[in-house]
Design a protein around this ligand. Sequence first.
Ligand code: URA
Length: 218
Amino acid sequence: MNRRGEILKEMGLSPVWRLRSNQEKPEQQSDGIAFMDWTRLKAKVAGCTDCKLRAGCTQTVFGVGDEKAQWMLVGEAPGSEEDRLGEPFVGQAGKLLDNMLAAISLERGRNVYIANVLKCRPPGNRNPEPDEVAKCSPHLLRQIGLVQPRLILAMGRFAAQALLGTDATIASLRGKLHQFAGVPLIVTYHPAYLLRNLPEKSKAWADLQFARKTVSDS
Ligand code: URA
């Protein structure tokens, strides 16, 4: 199955055409992440040891916000503050994100849900490794399936590449309306990048305007 097929399958958003072996029990299928409700998904993430990251972080960082939000914001992975407090985007980058949301009359928790591709902090804030993204993505995909947002804003290269199944650059992905399993998806810079590259803020502002128009037109 190609990457897009795998993603749709994980979200439970497409028929999965495969033969079921005689040995396979129906319960085994419904035990899958793609079929979990919020309670089971939160418990699964809280107890997850599917990759090596859990051994080195303080706690898992599930996600925060309105579970029926129209806007779903997706970042990369918890940093040190997020690891300490158990909530995404609570450090410096999170403060900028909150200000950006306020500029378009949004706030975390009100019609906005925020999650990361990885639920555990990579040591020393290193980049996520491909096996970690592969192991953890199903959790994010199920969160998207449960929220059913009207727009996904992928913040930064890792979120964009993980969701779109591409290795294209942020520059080439910005400014276009992508689709993720029927949900419009817009790519923008990661707030941490904006903190280091202040002149790029105007581009992020343009992305937010584009996102706002997309939601209001949908
Ligand atoms: N960067 C992210 O991508 N996510 C967070 O939660 C914090 C910083």
